[in-house]
Design a protein around this ligand. Structure first.
Ligand code: 13P
Ligand code: SF4
Length: 380
C-alpha cells in the first residue's frame, strides 16, 4: 500500500464523475486561469483559506492568503477557522494541516502528485524495523527520542508521537534537539540526514558521535557498538534539491562576486553549510535579505522559484540576489501545483465539490497531533 492509499479517503466515484474534468483545464494556458482563480476566491470568501509555501511558482503563490515556511503554515493551519484549507505546497504539509485542523475542516491539495522525494525516503515499515534494530542493539527505548522533520509522512509523525518524540521544522530543529536531550541521551533523527547533522554539529556534537542508519542495509549498515555509542542516529535521507549544492559552488560564487554573502537552507550538506555565512528556513532566508541594507549581495542555496522571486522583489532596492548554483535546483513536486490545478480545485469547491481532499486516518492522526503539538509548544 503506498502512502497516499494509506491516508487519503478517496473522493467518491460519483463526486469524481461530477467534478469538472481536470483535462479541460490542463489544455488551457496559464494566464487564462488568473481571472478564474480570482473569481473563485471571491465566491468562496472566508469559507476558504489558501496557503502557499515559498517554493510555489509565481502564478500560484500570488493567490495565497498566507505564504510561509513549513512551521508558519502549520501554525496558521492550526489557528484558522476556515472550512476549507487549500494547500499550495506538498503532500506532507497538507497532511499536517489536516492533523492540526479542527473538526469539520477539510484540506485540499490541488495536485495529489505533489509529494516530496525526501519524505518518500522513510516508510513507516522501515522506521519500525529500524527501531527494533536499535532496541536489539541494546539501546533502551527510555533513552532514545525519535524526532522527525516535518518532511515525513503522518504515519512517521505518529510513530514519533507515540514513543515520546516530536516533529521539527528547519526553523526549530535546534529547540527540538534541546527538548529531546532534556529527556534522553540519544536522538533518532528522520528522515533528513543533513538537517540532523547540521543541527547536531551546531550544538557541538562531534561528527564521530553521529551515525547514518541506512534502511536498505542489514542492521542499518552500522555495528551495534557504534549504534550504542552514538548520540544522534541519522536516517539516510536527503532533499534532492538541496543536496545538489556543493562546497565548490560557494567558492565559485565568492570568487565571482567578492564580498557576497552566502545564505543556505539547512537541508544542504554540512560542507556547504560550513562555508556559508548564515543558514535558515525559507522564512528566515527571506528575512535576512529583507533586513539587509540596500546594495547588499546574496547567493542563496535553496529552491529556484524563491531565489528568483527575491531577486526580482529586491532588485529595485539595489540588492543583488543570485542562485548558489544555476544548473538546476527546482523542486519538481512543488512545481506540480499549477494554476490549472488550483483553478480546478477552487471552481469545484464553488460548485460544492471537494476534490483531492487529504484526510489522515484517525488512529494515525491522534499520535501525529501529539508530535506536532509538542513542536508548536517549543516553537524555537
Ligand atoms: P521550510 O520552508 O520549512 O524552510 O522548508 C523547506 C522545504 O524544503 C520544504 O519542503
Ligand atoms: Fe521535499 Fe526537497 Fe522539495 Fe522540500 S525542496 S518538498 S524537501 S524535495
Amino acid at each position: 500500500m503506498n502512502v497516499l492509499e494509506e491516508v487519503i479517503e478517496p473522493v467518491s466515484a460519483s463526486a469524481e464523475a461530477e467534478a469538472c474534468s481536470l483535462d479541460n483545464y490542463l489544455a488551457l494556458p496559464d494566464h487564462t486561469m488568473d481571472e478564474r482563480i480570482a473569481a473563485a476566491r471571491r465566491a468562496l470568501g472566508t469559507t476558504t483559506i489558501l496557503l502557499g509555501h515559498h517554493y510555489q511558482r509565481d502564478e500560484v503563490i500570488r493567490f495565497a492568503d498566507f505564504t510561509g515556511d513549513s512551521y508558519k503554515l502549520s501554525k496558521i493551519a492550526s489557528e484558522t477557522d476556515a472550512k476549507y484549507i487549500v494547500f499550495c505546497g506538498v503532500h506532507f504539509m497538507a497532511e499536517s494541516a489536516d492533523v492540526l485542523g479542527h473538526e469539520g475542516q477539510q484540506v485540499i491539495l490541488p495536485d495529489l502528485n505533489a509529494g516530496c522525494s525526501m519524505a518518500d525516503m522513510a516508510e513507516i515499515g522501515q522506521v519500525e524495523d529500524c527501531w527494533e534494530t536499535l532496541l536489539r542493539a541494546g539501546i533502551s527505548a527510555a533513552d532514545l527520542v525519535p524526532l522527525t522533520y516535518m518532511n515525513s509522512t503522518a504515519a512517521i509523525k505518529a510513530f514519533c508521537g507515540e514513543r515520546g518524540g516530536l516533529v521539527c521544522t528547519s526553523s526549530n530543529a535546534r529547540a527540538a534537539f534541546d527538548w529531546a536531550f532534556a529527556r534522553a541521551n540519544k536522538i533518532l533523527f528522520l528522515p533528513d540526514q543533513h538537517l540532523g547533522r547540521n543541527t547536531g554539529h551546531a550544538m557541538g556534537i562531534p561528527l564521530t558521535d553521529m551515525v547514518v542508519f541506512d534502511p536498505w542495509q542489514i542492521g542499518g549498515g552500522v555495528s551495534p557498538e557504534r549504534l550504542r555509542a552514538a548520540r544522534v542516529i541519522l536516517w539516510k535521507g536527503h532533499c534532492s534539491v538541496h543536496q545538489r549544492f556543493l562546497p565548490e559552488h560557494v567558492d565559485k560564487v565568492r570568487a565571482k562576486y567578492p564580498g557576497i554573502k552566502v545564505i543556505v537552507h539547512p537541508e544542504c550538506r554540512l560542507e556547504v553549510c560550513d562555508k556559508a555565512d548564515q543558514l535558515g528556513s525559507t522564512e528566515k532566508l527571506i528575512k535576512i535579505v529583507k533586513d539587509a541594507p540596500a546594495g547588499s549581495s546574496f547567493a542563496i542555496g535553496t529552491e529556484i522559484h524563491l531565489v528568483h522571486r527575491l531577486a526580482n522583489e529586491f532588485a529595485p532596492q539595489g540588492k543583488r540576489i543570485v542562485t548558489l548554483d544555476d544548473t538546476g535546483c527546482l523542486c519538481t513536486t512543488m512545481y506540480r501545483i499549477s494554476p490549472q490545478h488550483l483553478a480546478w480545485a477552487l471552481e469545484n469547491l464553488v460548485e460544492g465539490r471537494v476534490v483531492n481532499r487529504i484526510q489522515v486516518r484517525d488512529d494515525v492522526k491522534y499520535w501525529a497531533r501529539v508530535a506536532l503539538d509538542r513542536m508548536l509548544e517549543i516553537r524555537g
